[in-house]
Design a binder for this molecule. Structure first.
Ligand SMILES: [Cu+2]
Length: 217
C-alpha cells in the first residue's frame, strides 16, 4: 500500500476546484460529464421530493419532518488521479494512494438533529427499503447484515452528520478501497446516527468503481 503525497493531493484539489469554477452543469439525475484524464470526480446534487411528487427527483424523502421537501443534498466522489503519462511525469511518477473519498453536503435539514448516513446497494424507490442494505467492502455472508465486524464505518461508507442551526451539514469518508461496479447506488439518510435507524430519505447516486489496484500496485 502506497501513501499519496501531500503535493499530489493538493494538485488534485486545485484541479477539482478549477473544474467546479468552470460551471460544470449538474442536474442531479446522473453522473457529471467525464472529466477526462486528471483527477477523477463524480458529483451529483438534487432537492428532496416525496416519492409521490409529480416531478420525480433522484432524492426522495420519506420523513418530511427530518428531510423536508426542497431540502438539498450533494454527493461527491473523488478517487486518485487517472493514470496519464504526462500527468504521471508532473507528479514525479509517484504512485497515487489507493483511496476513494465520498463527501456529503446538505441543507434544509432539521437544525440540531443527528443523522446517520450510509452508502447503500441499490437505487432509491418509493419505499425506504428499496435501497437495499449497506454497501460493504467485505460482504457479510449473513444478510441483512447486523454483525459489527461488518457493519462499521471502516467496512462501509458512513457519512453521519449533525445539522447545524441553519440546517446545513457536511461529512466525508475516506477508504483505501473502491466500489465494485454497480453495487453502490444510493445514499440513505437515517433518523439516528450509527449503523441502524429508520430511513428518512434516499438519494440515488451513480458511484463509480475507483481506487482498485492498478498496474504497478
Ligand atoms: Cu443506511
Amino acid at each position: 500500500m502506497v501513501a499519496g503525497t501531500a503535493a499530489g493531493m493538493a494538485a488534485g484539489a486545485v484541479a477539482a476546484a478549477v473544474l467546479a469554477a468552470g460551471g460544470t452543469p449538474i442536474d442531479g439525475t446522473g453522473p457529471g460529464p467525464d472529466p477526462g484524464p486528471g483527477p477523477a470526480r463524480m458529483r451529483v446534487e438534487a432537492r428532496f421530493a416525496p416519492p409521490t411528487a409529480f416531478v420525480p427527483s433522484a432524492a426522495v424523502t420519506y420523513d418530511m419532518d427530518l428531510v423536508p421537501a426542497g431540502s438539498w443534498i450533494q454527493v461527491t466522489q473523488t478517487g486518485p488521479p487517472r493514470p496519464e503519462p504526462s500527468e504521471a511525469g508532473r507528479s514525479g511518477g509517484a504512485k497515487v494512494a489507493n483511496t476513494t473519498t465520498v463527501t456529503l453536503r446538505v441543507n434544509g435539514m432539521k437544525p440540531g438533529h443527528a443523522y446517520g448516513v450510509h452508502v447503500h446497494q441499490k437505487p432509491c424507490g418509493a419505499a425506504p427499503e428499496d435501497a437495499g442494505g449497506h454497501y460493504q467492502h467485505r460482504v457479510d455472508p449473513v444478510q441483512p447484515s447486523k454483525d459489527p465486524d461488518y457493519v462499521n464505518p471502516r467496512n462501509e461508507v458512513w457519512l453521519d452528520f449533525t445539522a447545524g442551526p441553519d440546517g446545513s451539514g457536511e461529512a466525508r469518508a475516506r477508504h483505501r478501497w473502491g466500489f465494485r461496479p454497480g453495487e453502490a447506488r444510493s445514499v440513505v439518510l437515517h433518523d439516528a446516527p450509527g449503523g441502524a435507524g429508520d430511513r428518512a430519505a434516499c438519494f440515488t447516486v451513480p458511484f463509480e468503481p475507483r481506487g482498485e489496484a492498478r498496474e504497478g500496485d
